[in-house]
Ligand binder design. Structure first.
Ligand code: SF4
Length: 354
């Protein structure tokens, strides 16, 4: 099977007890059935603790019952008790995979690391060079699936062009995001008509519209209201959102480019499952705008580490909550404020890069 990774993937190492956040706090850990069965049969004190720490939640998932928003197996020194007592192979699927994200396309697999992990975020934003990708053959059997082959073919060809648009530094970042949206609108039309001919991207894709400041403010307010309405893993995040609403400045174009490429790599090919590339493209642009809103109040004196932390929190709060992702995608599909014209209007008025 062909497997694609971003260049930073292989450099990732969990920093465990040195992690300023730890993935074992703040959210619910879902235990896969195979691991849950092993845990139910485990011997000794750890077996007793495992049995008493699992419950079935409202989605019928088996989860660890958190204590003060921490995994019950997370020790005071932020090391994992299951890892220490039973070894790395005993970790459940969630803990083994995190912070990796995988899009399994049957004949191809895309794997990256999530910005929600502090060490992954540090790696992703540590370089100003464009993110690159490597595709290798791995000895993994191809899995049959029901992805429509024409949709898959169109998306696979378009993904490379979409990332090239986002990394085309000949144009300022706001115009690249506009071109990315317009390109994905065209890809959507190709999917609808099952047209596999390639789209040629000219300079006209990168043209802004005459911006309306009042309309941009109204739309940003709607986006901030949506973020504020989401379920919060960390209550402090609500305060940060309140403070950041209304402004979106693309002051850090390289970081915004990395964010756009990260989200595009993570979600572009997921359109193979539902044929809706435009909603994924809007989510990419909305996420960049949201991250820029969250850092707009930080002064220029504040360093990259603080901005990286703001991006990490967005990823953790939004991407890692199935409920929040569902609310955001529902708004993207239904709300007028997520029309391409509204997104392009915000981006067109945002030409001042640092
Ligand atoms: S958040 Fe990342 S660095 Fe921190 S403990 Fe989890 S995997 Fe390791």
């Amino acid at each position: 099977m062909k497997c694609t990774y971003p260049h930073y993937y292989k450099k990732f190492r969990c920093i465990a007890d040195k992690c300023p956040d730890t993935c074992c706090a703040g959210w619910e850990i879902v235990v896969d059935e195979e691991s849950a069965e092993k845990y139910r049969l485990a011997d000794g004190e750890i077996g007793k603790k495992l049995r008493s720490s699992m419950a079935v939640d409202s989605d019928s998932d088996t989860v660890f019952i958190s204590q003060n928003r921490r995994c019950p197996f997370l020790l005071g020194n932020n090391l994992c008790e299951i890892y220490i007592e039973l070894g790395e192979k005993s970790l459940c699927r969630t803990c083994t995979l995190f912070p990796r994200h995988i899009t399994d396309l049957g004949s191809r697999k895309e794997t990256g690391i999530s910005v929600s992990c502090p060490e992954a975020a540090r790696l992703i934003f540590s370089s100003d060079e464009p993110i690159t990708f490597e595709t290798v053959d791995e000895d993994i059997p191809i899995q049959p699936n029901d992805i429509d082959p024409t949709t898959y073919f169109i998306l696979q060809k378009a993904q490379k062009t979409a990332i090239n648009i986002l990394q085309n530094r000949k144009f300022p970042l706001n115009l690249r995001l506009i071109a990315f949206l317009r390109f994905c609108e065209d890809v959507q039309k190709k999917i609808r008509s099952a047209d596999i001919r390639e789209i040629s991207v000219g300079d006209e894709y990168f043209l802004p519209v005459a911006p309306s400041e009042a309309q941009a403010k109204r739309t940003l307010n709607r986006y901030a209201a949506l973020l504020i309405s989401l379920e919060k893993l960390d209550p402090e995040w609500a305060q940060e959102l309140e403070a950041s609403r209304k402004h979106c400045k693309l002051r850090y174009p390289t970081e915004a480019e990395h964010l756009a490429v990260y989200f595009a790599f993570r979600y572009f090919m997921t359109a193979a499952f539902d044929g809706n590339i435009l909603s994924k493209a809007k989510f990419v642009v909305f996420s960049v705008i949201s991250c820029m809103m969250l850092t707009a109040e930080l002064s220029d004196r504040q360093d990259k580490a603080e901005r990286t932390e703001a991006y990490r929190r967005y990823s953790k709060e939004v991407e890692h909550s199935a409920e929040n992702m569902s609310s955001v995608f529902s708004a993207i599909k239904k709300s007028r404020c997520f029309g391409s014209d509204n997104l392009i209007n915000i981006l067109s008025g945002n030409s001042k890069e640092k």
